[in-house]
Write a protein that binds this ligand. Structure first.
Ligand code: 8DG
Ligand code: CA
Ligand code: CA
Length: 303
């Protein structure tokens, strides 16, 4: 049985169930493109990850919120046989495996991956030979494929945070920088870095848009000038997607920066901290209390 830390920081005694549910979720997202099943598997995995007792049967699992008939049957099959026929079949399906692999390249989504596989491009080596079939984003994903597969240790994010704060507040001391995502959830390692930046002069008024976009560009220029940011994937009015590297010899890391109006900062911090499963539960809870919650605001329904 795999023993991993769950979000509460304790050993996940249901880790083997979580592993197969997560693998099924990835299959539904990348290959079947069934977002409902993807969400159902993710939710079940997250419920089991924080359940403190070892699940002994499907029936026992079914009593938990978020686990229905179909998933409980899979848990029984796994307990009884030590495997899942559905996953065995997926492992033998070469196209499914190829699609799963290609979606690991940043910028290649399930639809593009299926297109590539259909045209015979099935491996990373095939991608290297067909760079012209890729967008700028996907080409950077390919360039840094090995690096982006590596998780970022918390200690490294803390060092990157120090530099981001230093460079950005040197531009203007009123900037505020918060690292969100899995880092803010206390995880020991993260897939990428999600930085939220705000400034008191940033408002949601219409005429602010141009200023907003200029501010984001000057932030990115400063970070590139310092050398911490190495590549831009895309940069819009409020959102930068790119690549950073703490020091030569260390892997390149995916960095997202969002420049947010001050009045949206707290709701944005909540949203970008996640997890996405937690966000869904939090939005549903808000609705039950008569409020709409999103990344911009919390307000009474209908207002
Ligand atoms: P990771 O990078 O360590 O893999 O985990 P993460 O920090 O939780 O994931 P992320 O993909 O970087 O997204 C950051 C947060 O954004 C996430 O925790 C919650 C929020 N978020 C949603 N829905 C979505 C969505 O559909 N896509 C993305 N990228 N983020 C979302 O609530
Ligand atoms: Ca993240
Ligand atoms: Ca991210």
């Amino acid at each position: 049985m795999s023993k991993r830390k769950n979000p509460a920081g304790t050993d996940n005694i249901n880790g083997d169930f979580c592993d197969f549910l997560t693998e099924l979720a990835e299959y539904e997202k990348n290959v079947s493109r069934n977002v409902h099943k993807y969400n159902a598997y993710r939710k079940a995995a997250s419920v089991l990850a924080t359940h403190e007792k070892r699940i002994e049967s499907g029936d026992e699992a079914k009593k938990l919120k978020g686990i229905g008939e179909k998933i409980s049957k899979k848990i029984d099959e796994f307990i009884q046989t030590g495997k899942l026929q559905k996953l065995e079949n997926i492992h033998k399906d070469e196209d499914a495996q190829a699609i799963n692999l290609l979606t690991k390249v940043t910028g290649i989504g399930p639809v593009k991956a299926a297109d590539l596989v259909r045209s015979g491009i099935k491996t990373i080596a095939d991608l290297e030979k067909n760079k012209n079939a890729l967008t700028h984003h996907q080409q950077l994903g390919l360039k840094y494929f090995e690096d982006f597969q590596m998780k970022i240790p918390r200690a490294e994010i803390i060092q990157i945070e120090i530099i981001l704060k230093k460079v950005i507040t040197e531009l203007d001391s009123q900037y505020d920088v918060t690292i969100c995502g899995s880092f803010r959830r206390g995880k020991a390692e993260s897939g990428d870095i999600d930085a939220l930046v705000t400034h008191p002069s940033l408002t949601t008024s219409n005429d602010a848009k141009k200023k907003h976009s200029e501010q984001l560009k000057s932030l990115v220029d400063a970070l590139k000038g310092h050398g911490i940011v190495t590549d831009t994937i895309s940069v819009g009015d409020t959102k930068f997607m790119g690549v950073c590297r703490l020091a030569p010899g260390l892997p390149a890391r995916r960095l997202d920066i969002r420049l947010i109006p001050r009045e949206q900062f707290h709701c944005a911090t909540l949203y970008f901290t996640g997890s996405d499963v937690f966000n869904k539960a939090m939005r549903a809870h808000a609705l039950e209390q008569g409020f709409t919650l999103n990344e911009y605001s919390l307000r009474p329904v209908g207002v």
